[in-house]
Design a protein around this ligand. Structure first.
Ligand SMILES: C[S@@+](CC[C@H](N)C(=O)[O-])C[C@H]1O[C@@H](n2cnc3c(N)ncnc32)[C@H](O)[C@@H]1O
Length: 325
């Protein structure tokens, strides 16, 4: 049983990449992870059970990023790896191929990636921030383009530990994840050249404050890739669910395409392009053996798939690309 150092090399964030204030954040996080409790303790113990292995190949530029092949592990090692990965359920974002294990996650996140990948600037040598990075699926896809560094922020510990399970074998030294919200990240002026904020803004009570905060940590001319639930209207309005939306308690403002554009303009962005609008399908989000919870099928009206169980329009997501000015 090997204890994995979750923050090994993380002093580089401040010392090499100039993200001032991060060392204080790390000092605050250390005790939580040195003496974990509750679910954090459970995930931490699971991680210690990862079998030793060296990935003979890493291929990130594919729908299911590949880390290692089956023959890198003994049958007993593979069995142990599968057990640990199952202990870290639910696996939402993916898919991945880990030492030949087909990690068929709830979301086919490759579908989202493919919607915008050809429509954003190259990531080579850029400093990238991924807000709400989950288990790092998109960070691995970004890594294939050789960014200077990618920092993910992901407050949910189950996803954070999944990231570490993958990174344990991938060993990518320009990828970092902090188990914090974006709001807890010290404001670093000109800190990032590209920021991804996908699937997060509708969870925020104050989306404009978040957008302004994102703007303030970006280099002038930097690129924001913003993905969010939208309503397909060109009027100046937002849907504000009375209580839940698709069974989620924490959904606040769902803007029209026009309102989203206004939010971006009024928080310091220009050259705003909506590069994709797509309904979420049962092909993209569905139940698999890697989750033990409900999925999209349970969130839609069984009589009318164009509505949520609450009677709101079913999820439609849009991707906006904009420049910080
Ligand atoms: C719907 S998921 C989207 C994940 C991924 N970005 C994607 O687009 O597939 C939202 C993620 O954002 C995280 N999150 C929620 N509030 C956040 C915040 N204030 N700062 C950073 N991450 C947050 C959640 O824990 C969750 O993993």
């Amino acid at each position: 049983m090997e204890k994995i150092d979750l923050f090994k090399g993380y002093l580089r964030l401040e010392d090499e990449f100039g993200l001032s204030g991060i060392n204080d954040v790390l000092a605050g996080l250390a005790p939580v992870f040195e003496h974990p409790k509750g679910n954090t303790l459970r995930f931490s113990k699971a991680l210690e059970g990862l079998p030793p292995a060296v990935a003979s190949t890493i291929d990130l530029d594919r729908d299911a990023p590949r880390i290692g092949v089956e023959s890198d592990l003994t049958p007993a090692g593979l069995e142990q790896l599968r057990k640990v990965l199952l202990e870290l359920r639910p696996w939402r974002k993916g898919p991945f191929e880990v030492f030949g294990i087909d990690l068929d996650t709830e979301w086919q996140s490759n579908i989202k990636w493919n919607r915008f990948a050809g429509k954003i600037g190259p990531l080579k040598n850029r400093r990238v921030l991924d807000i709400g990075s989950s288990n790092g699926y998109y960070m691995l896809r970004m890594a294939a383009q050789e960014p200077r560094m990618v920092l993910g922020v992901e407050p949910q510990h189950s996803f954070y530990f999944q990231y570490h399970a993958l990174q344990h074998y991938a060993g990518l030294d320009n990828l970092f994840t902090l188990p914090i919200t974006f709001d807890a990240l010290p404001v670093t002026r000109e800190g990032f050249d590209t920021v991804f904020c996908m699937g997060v803004l509708y969870h925020r009570r104050s989306p404009l404050d978040m957008l302004r905060g994102i703007h303030d940590c970006m280099a002038k001319g930097g690129e924001l890739v913003l993905e969010n639930l939208v309503i397909e209207s060109h009027d100046d309005l937002c849907l504000f669910p009375e209580d839940r939306y698709a069974k989620m308690r924490n959904v606040f403002f769902i803007p029209s395409l026009k309102a989203m554009e206004s939010w971006l303009k009024r928080t310091g962005f220009a050259d705003i392009r909506c590069v994709d609008i797509s309904s979420t399908t049962l092909d993209e989000q569905r139940k698999t053996p890697w989750i033990q919870t409900e999925s999209l099928d349970d969130f839609l009206d069984p009589e009318d798939g164009t509505r949520t169980v609450e009677g709101y329009p079913a999820p439609v997501r849009a991707v906006f690309v904009a420049k910080a000015v």
